[in-house]
Ligand binder design. Structure first.
Ligand code: FBP
Length: 262
């Protein structure tokens, strides 16, 4: 097992994952205002920015598009995923094996666990298989740690997000991707609950440059190690401009104001 800080998905201890699995998770609706982005090549192109340490996609997108970018982009292969087409307790189908992920060039694995769902037991058992197979291939595992389900009415409240980071630590994730719990203090507690495992914030729906960068600044001040973001980058007309600013806030410790002023 290689130390997480030696993984290609980590730069100076930090992580910036560009996620593009929304076509499965949400459906084409996320591309309505940016139809050009339906072509995954456009987002792989964005992921060649130095600030991005990995691009997170599902198997089909990796098979079809990653070969053209393997020299310039690190691949985080999402091992499970679910669509918005069905109703029921949160669950996510395992749709790729770790062996196959390694074969197509993955540098890391991504796996969603819906703690609190009626399907939690099965999801955690599936995570065990993925995490242990990842160790054999020297592939770190990023957990999309998203407590949700009929017993959880608010999936971003501070105690839920702290539980999400702790759960990821206990189950052996290398990085936990969690929603923003609403304040720097709550995020700091969630980071404390994660021990020395890295915590990154999940981007969420698109907001203004300033609002988004200010939240990222707060998250970094709270001790988080970066971001896993999709819509807030690739739904923008100029994703490079935001990535330039994110690079300053995440790797250089600049404020949102300073990063946007330059
Ligand atoms: P965003 O930054 O666009 O929120 O993307 C992060 C992500 O985790 C994606 O990987 C995933 O498709 C999506 O959010 C799922 O979000 P949710 O389950 O909350 O709708």
């Amino acid at each position: 097992m290689i130390p997480i800080d030696d993984s290609p998905i980590v730069r100076d201890g930090k992580v910036l994952i560009l996620a593009m699995d929304h076509g499965l998770e949400h459906g084409p609706v996320d591309f309505e205002n940016v139809p050009a982005k339906l072509d995954p090549s456009t987002v792989f192109e964005t992921a060649t920015h130095d600030a991005v340490t990995a691009m997170a996609v599902q198997k089909g997108i990796a098979e079809g598009y990653y070969p053209s970018y393997e020299d310039d982009v690190n691949l985080l292969l999402k091992i499970n995923g679910t669509s918005n087409l069905w109703m029921g307790e949160p669950d996510s189908a395992v749709n790729c094996s770790v062996d196959y992920a390694a074969e197509i060039g993955a540098d890391a694995l991504g796996f969603t666990v819906y703690g609190g769902s009626n399907n939690e037991i099965e999801m955690v058992e599936e995570f065990r298989d993925v995490q242990e197979a990842g160790r054999e291939h020297d592939l770190p595992t990023v957990m999309w740690s998203y407590p949700r389900g009929q017993g959880l009415k608010n999936d971003t409240k501070p105690s839920t997000i702290s539980y999400a980071t702790r759960l990821a630590l206990e189950l052996g994730a290398d990085v936990a991707k969690v929603k923003y719990p609403g304040s720097k203090e709550a995020m700091a507690h969630a980071v404390d609950c994660a021990g020395d495992m890295k915590v990154v914030m999940s981007g969420g729906s698109k907001t203004s440059d300033y609002e988004f960068l200010s939240t990222v600044e707060a998250v970094m001040d709270a001790g988080a190690k970066g971001l896993a973001v999709g819509r807030n980058v690739w739904q923008r007309e100029d994703p490079t401009h935001l990535l330039d600013a994110l690079e300053k806030v995440i790797y250089e410790g600049e404020t949102a104001d300073a990063a946007l002023d330059e």
